[in-house]
Design a protein around this ligand. Structure first.
Ligand code: FMN
Length: 249
């Protein structure tokens, strides 16, 4: 594990002020057991060792960060995992369910003096096993140091986001990745974001907006199918369709 002073996120392609779509693994505690949770989130590298993340206050990710502070940023090539980590729900079949326990490995983080005081209310041991996704090509281990709320505006009006400062503790690259998403995968990712908005529109009973988003989702799905056989993107479509069916029943 590289020490703090050796952390160089540019070695995994991160550039200052860019926004990256990642999967954030956080955890809650059930008695002494760590219960991992992963969600698609955007992060921005602000300084060499600091990032920001903006979860909605009602997300499990935010609640976990508030209570346990650790965040593992997973860098992932497979867009299907973004769909699984965004569109969740008990109405999805097992096949399309959320990320299960077997998708995780555990990264042993030595709680040296710097983090011991910080971590002692969560864990009293010398080290902690932080969950991360096995499919990550690299992970960035962070702790939340500051939480503020900010207001943003979109088609639904003004809404609150939690703006969280993350201090990078270490970064581990498991393998090289030069992957660039192709058109089908990019569109699949965008369609997952649209589907999370559809969920919100349905909750708010915004009929005109529901119709508009559904039309866009259908157009995107047709385009992804037209682009050809991209297995990940096609699995994303299947997941989206099953998720939407669940929203409507
Ligand atoms: C590419 C992408 C980026 C996303 N970025 C965010 C984000 O920055 N903040 C947020 O609250 N939700 C974001 N979402 C939506 C969450 O992933 C989604 O609401 C998820 O169900 C939250 O899960 P949780 O409650 O387990 O934290 C994003 C979704 C996608 C597909």
């Amino acid at each position: 594990m590289p020490s703090n002073s050796q952390i160089d996120l540019t070695s995994i392609g991160f550039k200052k002020n860019y926004l990256y779509e990642i999967l954030a693994t956080t955890f809650s505690m059930d008695r002494n057991l760590i219960v991992p949770n992963t969600a698609s989130m955007g992060v921005r590298l602000v300084e060499k060792k600091s990032m920001k993340i903006w979860p909605y206050p009602n997300t499990k990710t935010y609640k976990n960060i508030e209570s346990s502070k650790f965040v593992v940023v997973n860098l992932i090539n497979d867009v299907y995992l973004f769909a699984l980590a965004s569109l969740k729900g008990s109405n999805l079949s097992k096949h399309h369910g959320v990320l299960s326990e077997k998708e995780y490995n555990y990264y042993n983080l030595n709680l040296n003096n710097t983090y011991k005081d910080f971590a002692k209310r969560i864990i009293t041991a010398e080290s902690i096993n932080l969950p991360y996704l096995k499919q990550s090509w690299a992970i960035i281990v962070c702790i939340a140091t500051n939480i503020n709320h900010v207001f943003r505006e979109d088609d639904f009006g003004k809404f609150k986001l939690m703006e969280i400062d993350l201090t990078v503790i270490c970064c581990q690259k498991f393998r090289e990745s030069f992957k660039l998403y192709n058109r089908a995968e990019n569109l699949a990712l965008e369609t997952v974001v649209l589907t999370t908005k559809l969920n919100l529109a349905i909750l708010k009973k915004e009929e005109a907006f529901i119709k508009k988003i559904k039309t866009k989702i259908d157009e995107n799905i047709s385009a992804i199918k037209r682009f050809g056989k991209n297995l990940s993107a096609l699995k994303v479509i299947e997941h989206i369709q099953e998720y939407i069916k669940g929203l409507e029943t």
